[in-house]
Ligand binder design. Structure first.
Ligand SMILES: *[C@@H]1O[C@H](CO)[C@@H](O)[C@H](O)[C@H]1NC(C)=O
Ligand SMILES: *[C@@H]1O[C@H](CO)[C@@H](O)[C@H](O)[C@H]1NC(C)=O
Ligand SMILES: *[C@@H]1O[C@H](CO)[C@@H](O)[C@H](O)[C@H]1NC(C)=O
Ligand SMILES: *[C@@H]1O[C@H](CO)[C@@H](O)[C@H](O)[C@H]1NC(C)=O
Ligand SMILES: *[C@@H]1O[C@H](CO)[C@@H](O)[C@H](O)[C@H]1NC(C)=O
Ligand SMILES: *[C@@H]1O[C@H](CO)[C@@H](O)[C@H](O)[C@H]1NC(C)=O
Ligand SMILES: *[C@@H]1O[C@H](CO)[C@@H](O)[C@H](O)[C@H]1NC(C)=O
Ligand SMILES: *[C@@H]1O[C@H](CO)[C@@H](O)[C@H](O)[C@H]1NC(C)=O
Length: 909
């Protein structure tokens, strides 16, 4: 007999606007600080700022806060009773994203509110023409809410609020065109909060306004500033629901807020009023989820209840609070004239059903009471803003060229689908800010000088400013990561700064200057307008000598073969006896033996920087590889044997075993175990029996273990100096075996033009080498990173078609414009574990860091590679045995999809 469900509903249908209510009811209390308030009246053409007649808050025109858009006024018939900010608006018919940027302070918490009053400003009756009218809102680079004005009374105002933390010294609010009507905004208000407030809001979690209600007999429809110094909108309950059996209470006594309880700072005026029920009722149901668009299941909500006992008599009151059937608080008793706020310890409820019940507890003499409540929805700030340095450089570029591109608006790289046109961004690491890696402003009508900001960008790899009207000289500055600089067809003059020229000559920069006055004086490669890019000089500088030397060697050998008859084998032995004996455990071969083993040096199985490798068979039938070294490649013959001695002591399952050597006037050779499966480079190229993903990772791990042994277990450490896929051999299993290690130590001083080869191969060479001319163990790590990229992509270290591009840049570009799945070797046919792939890509990127100090050690590489492999025994057959791709998409899509259909509170009804 004592119960009755009372439904609290927020979608009543009163027509007076809240603005009117404000006009009549708002007490004009002035003198509160509005410090930090940013109040923007969008579309205001009257440039002078004004103080709002009701709140006395100063509003500015939006001129300084936004680029583009058109200003409008609402139709005269809707002006009456409308507040000042709602009379004008700015619409954005062009561009898919248009952003307001407001000043803020990094790390500060604030409330941001946007209001929208259509007022049929365009005379199209857009809200009532039956078609959907909606657009999106972003807070910074993250989705905030959808503004849905479909079937909306044009006189009414929608407001959206978010409580968030500033990601920088400014915050942007963007309007997103969904293709269902022109986005617009009427006013934008930023209100600083104290850091301690709303403790569940942090840099990664923001909350969206879902509902905020005050109870009791409020005099105004919306209570805001100055009653609430934070200018929150508290919707008056009594305006819509003051029918029996609600009983409104109020007090003029002070309601105490306990010291330290500053999470919500609800104004005392709100605590001094409350609503309860007649004593023959026992519970209040508050249904906060209303409107046709709410999909509460997918929204995570956090309700906050504010209570203070203000009843005059001393009877005891206690009640339980439920969200649907879940108990949120049991036996809660509001303290007399003392504020308390219950907020579920900041835990968002999975039950997105915004129905809350206050149920009189057993033994309570009074029914429940409530003073106010707030409900917020969870907004994850999962997307990162572009690196602030890059943002600043782009800002300077925009100013320098006076650019007003429609989509050059908001964050340059984030969210991805709103990347500025002409930019390519790198999102390689998921928990880092995106970086700009490519800028293409070709044929953009740019005039004036070349903006130094572009050259200063530390992550930029590719800059295309061709076909503009740039004048002056190229600024002299230390370009960092730039690998492609296309300035063709401008009006640039010389000279070319020496730093840039040096990078070009070192093959580190693909420079194009054809079609500039500069080229009337210089006739260098960068001035030729060949479509296909010219091979960098260094490539030629390396390849030509290598080819020449190889020819020379072949000729030497041929010569030796032809002239062996007369003096050959004797000479061989004679020298043998001359040698200073060193204690070397491995076999020493004679030239005659090598000749026999290799069947007169018939089958060549490889050519390298040091000489030619032949296949051979020992007396016992074991197959060997005989590497005949170029005599010219050794400085002093005395260097050879100590080196052989060292190498003969290196034993590891992933390092090729040295079986013997030959040294005398006729021959200088090393004899190794033969690896039947050839090398990794050959194997990666094969289309028939391609390596599967696990085999690839296993081989990488094998090679890494071999290198780790050279670096960590040999004293002094052996730097391989020429880590590359041709030097990773495969035994029959196939297990990766490193070859050619240690050689360059004795050999690289021998010939200056060969030393480049001996000290690394183009495409694998540590960029720091150019600065230091020192090859450390970290140079091996760098080269190993390239090997990893080859293993992942199946591409060579330098791609030449359609243009010359280093594999590193190719990979970065692919990832930047797509995803890591775009770089994977097609031969894998999508059979790989996505997280393993991500880890190997991350590891490769880490190995090729420009600064050696940032690269991991081989020990770390080994342990990271081990983690990329499943804990199952290795599969030894060369077949495809992949793992289905696991999607690594974010998990929060549903939240946003859900919020798309969430309604805002109707105001004025
Ligand atoms: C512009 O604003 C000022 C200050 O509020 C006011 O005096 C003036 O009448 C306004 N002008 C127009 C054209 O609205
Ligand atoms: C908009 O609606 C009004 C009244 O409902 C009507 O008079 C007017 O013609 C409509 N305008 C358009 C462009 O449909
Ligand atoms: C983050 O960016 C992605 C890709 O651009 C987008 O799909 C997603 O909705 C964004 N997340 C948020 C919270 O806005
Ligand atoms: C933000 O708060 C959530 C819980 O509300 C927590 O899980 C997360 O770690 C916090 N993030 C930061 C950056 O403090
Ligand atoms: C509740 O009690 C009051 C008297 O206290 C009475 O007037 C009212 O009719 C009762 N309501 C119901 C629904 O029983
Ligand atoms: C830059 O864009 C132009 C077309 O706008 C295109 O032809 C050119 O290839 C692009 N440059 C690069 C480096 O992508
Ligand atoms: C570019 O960097 C140099 C130092 O490398 C600095 O002196 C200069 O001010 C920078 N210019 C711009 C526009 O950032
Ligand atoms: C927008 O509102 C209309 C009318 O209230 C509703 O029918 C529609 O589903 C809503 N659309 C979205 C995406 O929320």
């Amino acid at each position: 007999m004592n119960t009755m469900v009372i439904s609290f509903s927020c979608s009543a249908s009163r027509k007076a606007t809240w603005i009117l209510a404000l006009l009549f009811m708002m007490s004009r209390v002035h003198g509160q600080s509005t410090r930090g308030f940013v109040s923007v009246d969008c579309g205001l053409t009257n440039s002078s700022a004004y103080n709002d007649g009701i709140t006395n808050i100063r509003f500015d025109s939006d001129r300084g806060y936004v680029a583009g858009g058109l200003s409008h006024t609402i139709l005269a018939e809707y002006m009456v009773g409308s507040d000042e900010q709602q009379k004008t608006l700015r619409s954005f018919p062009d561009g898919s994203r248009n952003c307001y940027t407001l000043p803020s302070t990094f790390g500060k918490k604030f409330l941001l509110r946007a209001t929208f009053t259509y007022g049929n400003y365009d005379g199209l009756n857009r809200t009532l023409d039956g078609s959907p009218f909606l657009f999106g809102l972003h807070i910074g680079v993250n989705f905030w809410d959808t503004v849905n004005l479909t079937n909306w009374d044009p006189s009414l105002t929608v407001w959206k609020e978010v409580l968030t933390v500033a990601p920088g010294n400014s915050v942007s609010v963007c309007l997103i065109n969904f293709g269902s009507g022109t986005p617009f905004m009427s006013a934008l208000e930023l209100r600083p909060l104290l850091d301690a407030m709303y403790p569940f809001v942090n840099t990664s979690v923001s909350v969206g306004y879902f509902r905020r209600i005050r109870f009791g007999e409020a005099t105004e429809y919306i209570t805001r500033y100055p009653v609430d110094p934070y200018d929150r909108f508290w919707e008056g309950w009594s305006f819509s629901y003051n029918t029996y059996p609600w009983i409104n209470l109020n007090t003029s006594s002070q309601v105490e807020i306990l010291p330290g309880d500053d999470y919500f700072n609800v104004p005392m005026a709100i605590f001094q009023k409350a609503t309860t029920l007649d004593t023959n009722y026992s519970f209040i149901v508050i249904n906060a989820s209303l409107g046709p668009n709410v999909v509460p299941e997918s929204v995570r909500l956090l309700p906050i209840f504010h209570f203070a006992e203000i009843n005059g008599n001393n009877m005891q009151r206690s009640f339980d609070i439920y969200n649907a059937d879940d108990v949120l608080h049991r036996g809660f008793s509001p303290s007399r004239l003392q504020a308390s706020s219950l907020y579920n310890s900041g835990q968002f409820l999975y039950n997105g059903d915004a129905v809350y019940t206050l149920n009189k507890a057993r033994g309570s003499s009074l029914p429940p009471l409530i003073n106010a409540f707030e409900v917020y929805s969870l907004l994850r700030m999962e997307n990162f803003t572009t690196d602030s340095e890059d943002v600043n450089y782009m800002k300077q570029v925009k100013a320098h060229y006076n650019l007003t591109r429609i989509d050059w608006n908001g964050d340059p790289c984030s969210p991805r689908e709103y990347t500025w046109e002409g930019l390519t961004c790198g999102y390689s690491s998921s928990n880092k800010n995106p970086r700009i890696v490519r800028v293409n402003m070709s044929s953009s009508g740019l005039g004036g000088g070349l903006a130094i900001s572009l050259l200063n960008m530390t992550s930029l790899e590719n800059l295309d400013l061709s076909n503009n009207n740039l004048v002056g000289t190229i600024p002299d500055c230390q370009i960092k990561s730039l690998a492609v600089l296309n300035l063709a067809n401008n009006k640039l003059e010389g000279p070319i700064p020496s730093y840039i020229l040096r990078r070009f000559q070192a093959g580190l920069l693909d420079l194009r200057l054809e079609g500039n006055p500069i080229c009337s004086k210089v006739k260098d490669m960068y001035c030729s307008n060949k479509k296909k890019h010219t091979t960098p000089t260094v490539l030629i500088a390396v390849i030509v000598p290598v080819v020449l030397v190889s020819l020379l060697v072949v000729m030497c050998i041929l010569w030796k073969l032809c002239h062996k008859g007369n003096s050959g084998d004797y000479e061989d032995y004679a020298t043998y006896e001359e040698e200073t004996p060193l204690h070397i455990d491995i076999r020493r071969f004679t030239y005659a033996e090598l000749k026999l083993m290799t069947k007169d040096f018939q089958s060549i199985i490889g050519k390298g920087g040091f000489g030619i490798v032949y296949h051979g068979i020992l007396e016992n039938g074991d197959e060997v590889a005989v590497k005949v070294l170029m005599e010219t490649s050794i400085a002093k013959s005395t260097d050879f044997l100590p080196e052989v001695q060292t190498l003969s002591k290196v034993h590891h399952k992933n390092l090729v075993t040295l079986e013997g050597y030959c040294q005398n006037k006729k021959c200088l050779a090393l004899v190794y175990d033969f690896m039947p499966r050839g090398n990794l480079q050959q194997l990666l190229k094969r289309d028939d029996h391609s390596l599967n993903w696990e085999q690839r990772v296993h081989i990488a791990l094998d090679a890494a273990q071999g290198l780790e042994y050279l670096h960590e277990s040999c004293t002094p450490a052996i730097v391989h100096r020429d880590v590359k896929t041709p030097n990773i051999l495969l035994d029959k299993n196939p297990v990766g075996i490193i070859s050619d290690f240690g050689l360059s130590r004795a050999f690289n001083e021998a010939h200056t033009h060969i030393s480049t080869v001996a000290a690394g191969t183009l495409g694998y060479l540590d960029p720091e080498y150019h600065a230091t001319f020192q090859l450390t163990v970290k140079a091996d790590v760098y080269s190993f990173g390239i090997v990893l990229l080859e293993i992942i992509t199946g591409q060579p270290p330098v791609l030449v078609d359609p243009q010359t591009i280093h594999l590193i840049n190719w990979t970065r570009q692919k990832i930047a414009t797509g995803s890591i799945h775009d770089v994977v070797d097609k031969r894998l046919m999508d059979q790989y574990d996505a997280s393993s792939l991500q880890s190997v890509v991350d590891l490769a990127m880490n190995c090729i860091e420009n600064a050696a100090i940032n690269r991991p050690t081989m020990t770390e590489v080994v342990s990271r590679l081990k983690m990329c492999l499943p804990a199952v025994p290795r599969l030894f057959q060369l077949t495809i045995s992949g793992v289905p791709t696991i999607s690594n998409e974010g998990n929060f899509q549903s939240d946003h999809a859900g919020r798309m259909s969430e309604t805002s509170l109707l105001s004025g009804r």
